[in-house]
Design a protein around this ligand. Structure first.
Ligand SMILES: Nc1ncnc2c1ncn2[C@@H]1O[C@H](COP(=O)(O)OP(=O)(O)O)[C@@H](O)[C@H]1O
Ligand SMILES: [Mg+2]
Length: 250
């Protein structure tokens, strides 16, 4: 479990996160949803240490990450897999080199073992045979799967996915959502998915935290979300005509 305890973060005089507290549960896909600019990415960056919160604490299974020094943090960082917005693959590296990158950075594995691990991860995301291709030779969905293979290469306890569906068609998006859901269950990871895509939330969420203007405005699960009386949540959830039609069938 990952716990955020009263996290606040400002840039100059702009307060982006206000006293955010949330719990992300183990073996579950924990969604963080909210409008563009509401603070989701800043919250994720504060959680994994890419940004320093102004106040508050982040606990990884009870271990206070915020209070740790760099060396201690590196140990936790090895347990975190990240899928960045837009895949963020290295264009000049092959698929194999991309997936191997965290292993080279963070592990002491011999090369043969690394290669075997890379093949295992590529096989898991159904990309066997693509190891010598360059990212530019792959479709958007395949690039995303390389990103996922890279994120799980270190066999992480924690997986963060920031807008994993950005730029994908709806069918490919569902495949990616379900891959993240399946891997979470298979490896018992604590997974955090940042999204503003209602399709994904309905398809693949176990828990949901709704961020509005830098605050956790609502938390619950799929079923609760559909019948919530929170007007700020409903404005977000039922923004599309499709969702409005779904509401009418509940
Ligand atoms: N490094 C930064 N410096 C200054 N402002 C930032 C920085 N990162 C994000 N912000 C601001 O914080 C707000 C929330 O951004 P972000 O967390 O990226 O939103 P989103 O919910 O779309 O992921 C935005 O107004 C953004 O401009
Ligand atoms: Mg973002």
């Amino acid at each position: 479990m990952i716990e955020l305890v009263n996290i606040s973060k400002s840039f100059g005089d702009q307060t982006v996160l206000k006293d955010v507290s949330a719990q992300f549960e183990k073996g579950k896909v924990n969604f963080v949803i909210g409008r563009s600019g509401s603070g989701k990415s800043v919250m994720t960056k504060c959680t994994v240490g890419l940004l320093e919160p102004d106040s508050g604490n982040v606990l990884f299974d009870g271990r206070n990450f915020t209070a740790m020094n760099l060396k201690q943090r590196k140990e936790i960082r090895k347990e975190i897999g990240m899928l960045f917005q837009g895949s963020a693959l290295f264009d000049s590296m092959t698929v194999e080199e991309n997936v191997m990158f965290p292993l080279k950075m963070f592990s002491e594995m011999p090369l043969e073992e690394m290669k075997a691990r890379v093949l295992h991860c590529l096989n898991r995301v159904e990309l066997t045979g693509s190891e010598h291709k360059l990212p530019a030779e792959l479709s958007g969905g395949m690039q995303k799967r390389v990103g996922i293979a890279r994120a799980i290469s270190m066999n992480p306890q924690y997986l963060f996915c920031d807008e994993p569906n950005s730029g994908l068609d709806p069918q490919t998006a569902i495949i990616i959502d379900n891959l993240i859901l399946d891997l979470t269950k298979e490896y018992g990871m604590t997974t955090v998915v940042i999204s503003h895509d209602m399709n994904s939330v309905i398809e693949a969420s176990d828990t949901i935290h709704f961020i509005h203007q830098g605050e956790v405005a609502w938390s619950g699960n799929n079923a609760d979300m559909m019948t919530s009386s929170s007007s700020t949540l409903n404005d977000f959830v039922y923004a599309s005509k499709l969702m409005q039609r779904m509401r009418n069938t509940i």
